[in-house]
Structure formats: structure tokens, C-alpha cells
Write a protein that binds this ligand. Structure first.
Ligand SMILES: N[C@@H](CCC(=O)N[C@@H](CS)C(=O)NCC(=O)O)C(=O)O
Length: 201
């Protein structure tokens, strides 16, 4: 399998999952500023959507959308990072993944554009804050989003939470999120991923 990624982008979530699971995934870096690969070739030719992550399976077929790629990877090692399909626990995990994708991941959307006016930026940060409050209430009760065990939802939320550094969003109103961020960062597979992406030595 090949995972197309950009350091620190949402593609880091499946990259973490691959490390956690010990899967043989070749990580291929994409320069998103140019939508190009290291050899200069056009990334749109690999993924017409132009974004990361993209997973290319060994038969050449592709999967996009972070929350689906995460589930595909997790299901290679049943029970390790996601409960089995069809169980109530899996539906709750899928509910969380959808919340992360649509409310948190895309909640950052306008913040990436330098053209976004200050009041729109503030409104987006306030709205993200309401989502952080909900998630921090959960994480004040339990170590990980779905309970006692780390799942693919945590790989996803960890990456999204790190974007608060880029956008200078102060996490001090949510101490449970800061503790969680440190707890996930300490995982060997997470450190291995950050190293593989060139983000730590
Ligand atoms: N719907 C996609 C969105 C992925 C996405 O937003 N990727 C960003 C990086 S985090 C990206 O590649 N942006 C560059 C672009 O859209 O051209 C998913 O959930 O995987």
C-alpha cells in the first residue's frame, strides 16, 4: 500500500494508524503548495481531488477521505484500533469520525486562507471552541475519545488538535485536551510517525 501524505496534514492520521498497526505502508510525500510529488510530477494525476490523504492499495485501486482510509487500515488488524463492523461500538466510532471530519477538520477550513477576514476567522475559532468543549468533556472522563483504548478517532483528533498551534488557538480553556495531546504524543507510534514526516528528530 502507498499513502500519499503531507507532513502535519490530515494525512498524518492514517500515517499514525499505519505505524500503530505495523502495516507495510509506503509513505509518499506530496508538496501541497504545488500539488506535486518529489520528482515534480502532477499530484492531480494521482488524485484528481488534489488533496491528501490518498491510499493506493496493492491492486492499484484507491481510497480517499481520511475517515474511510482510517477504517480501511484499522480493519486490516481487526479489533486493534476499531471495533468490528456491525457492532454498536463501531457505529459510535463512525459517529465520532464523522463529527471529527465535518465539525472539527472542516471547521478549520476558512482559517487556512490568508484572505479570510478577521471576523470570519474569529467566528470559525469560536465555533471550533464549542466542538472542543464537547470533546474535552469526554476526555475529562476517559483517556481516549472512545473509552480506555486508543482508536483511529484519536489518531485523527490528535492531528486536528495540533493545528491549534498553527492558528495560535489557545488550548488553556480545555486542560483535558492539553493532557490528551501530551498523552497521544507520547505514544511510540506517534513519535515514529512525526519522525517519518520530518517533524521531529
Ligand atoms: N475530505 C477530505 C479533505 C482532505 C483535506 O482537507 N486535505 C487537505 C490537507 S489536511 C489538503 O490536501 N488540502 C489541499 C487541497 O485541497 O488542495 C478528507 O476528509 O480526507
Amino acid at each position: 500500500m502507498k499513502l500519499y501524505y503531507t507532513p502535519g496534514a490530515c494525512s498524518q492520521a492514517p500515517h499514525i494508524a499505519a505505524h500503530e498497526l505495523g502495516l507495510p505502508v509506503e509513505a509518499v510525500k506530496v508538496d501541497l503548495a504545488k500539488h506535486a510529488l518529489a520528482d515534480g510530477s502532477d499530484y492531480y494525476k494521482v488524485n484528481p481531488k488534489g488533496y491528501v490523504p490518498l491510499l493506493v492499495l496493492d491492486d492499484g485501486s484507491t481510497l480517499s477521505e481520511a475517515n474511510v482510509i482510517l477504517q480501511y487500515l484499522a480493519d486490516r488488524k481487526p479489533g486493534a484500533l476499531a471495533p468490528a463492523f456491525g457492532t454498536p461500538e463501531r457505529w459510535k466510532l463512525m459517529e465520532m469520525l464523522a463529527f471529527l471530519a465535518t465539525e472539527v477538520h472542516k471547521g478549520y477550513g476558512v482559517l487556512w486562507s490568508p484572505q479570510t477576514p478577521a471576523e470570519v476567522r474569529k467566528a470559525a475559532i469560536d465555533r471550533l471552541g464549542t466542538r472542543f468543549t464537547l470533546l474535552s468533556e469526554t476526555l475529562a472522563r476517559q483517556p481516549f475519545l472512545m473509552g480506555k483504548a486508543f482508536t483511529i478517532a484519536d489518531a485523527y483528533f490528535f492531528v486536528l488538535l495540533n493545528w491549534t498551534n498553527v492558528h495560535k488557538i489557545d488550548l488553556s480553556p480545555w486542560p483535558a485536551l492539553k493532557d490528551y495531546q501530551a498523552r497521544v504524543a507520547a505514544r511510540p507510534a506517534v513519535q515514529a510517525t512525526l519522525k517519518a514526516e520530518g517533524l521531529v528528530k
